[in-house]
Design a protein around this ligand. Structure first.
Ligand code: MG
Length: 273
């Protein structure tokens, strides 16, 4: 019996909304909707996207909320730029992510996600403590709107992510599992990581990749099936943990090759649903 649904990662633009037609063409019933400038999204824009998705028969499963300021996707400048961890950008981003919770509610979506950043291993690091407080403020605000705050996996190790969820200590916290990111950042084998935080997973990015081969740069993202994630092991394990959500295909390139790779991912994932 199929319990999971396929989807794709899709963008919401302030200027021209969201285009759900590629999903329809590929026969995908769900998407996660992403925008990096939440302050530019009004209630009217969100509700228009909600209505367009409904008209297209597409379920938006999660709002992926980015934020302003720099975000450098490597080991050298990443810790000081990504997410809520760097104090310099934290206050502004807390407000942007609170807006993200509002956008999720306007979209009629129960989940939001973001990259919190390189959570320090040291639980007494001021930037760890400050991030826990920031996530709590956002998640409380989200909870008042019926929205769950999800950590997109990537910069943090699975154990630190688990500890952060425990330290924030709210019921409306979850994980948007990007299994490729665990590899790209060298933070863990995604199948094994489920033994640490698997019961918190509320969303999944179907993305593939390799471990890093240089201590300064991330590993390489790959077309699904050509990396090291091992979806034939990951998906049944997610299901055994009670996961019933979507597998949201994410391929971080553009153009015809992106479409071809998404189609290939659909073919590989469909027998696993
Ligand atoms: Mg992702």
């Amino acid at each position: 019996m199929s319990t999971l649904k396929l989807g794709a990662f899709t963008f919401l633009h302030a200027e021209n909304g969201a285009d759900f037609s590629p999903l329809t063409v590929m026969g995908l019933p769900t998407c996660q909707l992403c925008n990096w400038q939440p302050m530019s999204i009004t209630r009217e824009m969100a509700e228009r996207a909600r209505d367009a998705a409904a008209a297209a028969g597409i379920e938006i499963t999660l709002y992926w909320c980015g934020y302003t300021g720099p975000a450098v996707w490597n080991y050298i400048d990443g810790p000081s730029t990504i997410g809520l961890v760097p104090e310099e950008y934290r206050a502004v981003r807390v407000e942007e992510l609170k807006r993200g919770a509002e956008i999720a509610a306007w979209l009629g979506v129960q989940d939001m996600a973001t990259h919190v950043g390189f959570l320090p291993l040291d639980a007494k690091d001021p930037n760890y403590i400050g991030t826990v407080d920031a996530v709590r403020a956002i998640a409380e605000y989200a909870g008042e709107r019926g929205v769950t705050f999800n950590f997109e996996t990537g910069q943090e190790t699975p154990m630190v992510l688990l500890r952060c969820i425990q330290d924030v200590g709210l019921p409306n916290l979850g994980i948007n599992l990007d299994p490729a990111n665990l590899l790209l950042y060298g933070n863990g084998n995604p199948v094994d990581a489920l033994d640490i935080f698997g019961t918190y997973v509320r969303g999944v990015h179907a993305k593939d990749g390799e471990y890093p081969t240089d201590g300064h740069f991330l590993g390489e993202e790959k077309p699904l099936g050509e990396g090291r994630v091992n979806f034939p092991a990951l998906v049944p394990k997610l299901k055994s943990l009670g996961y019933t959500g979507a597998l949201t295909i994410e391929r971080e390139i553009s153009g015809p090759q992106q479409i071809a790779d998404i189609q290939r991912a659909i073919d590989l994932l469909t027998p696993l649903l």
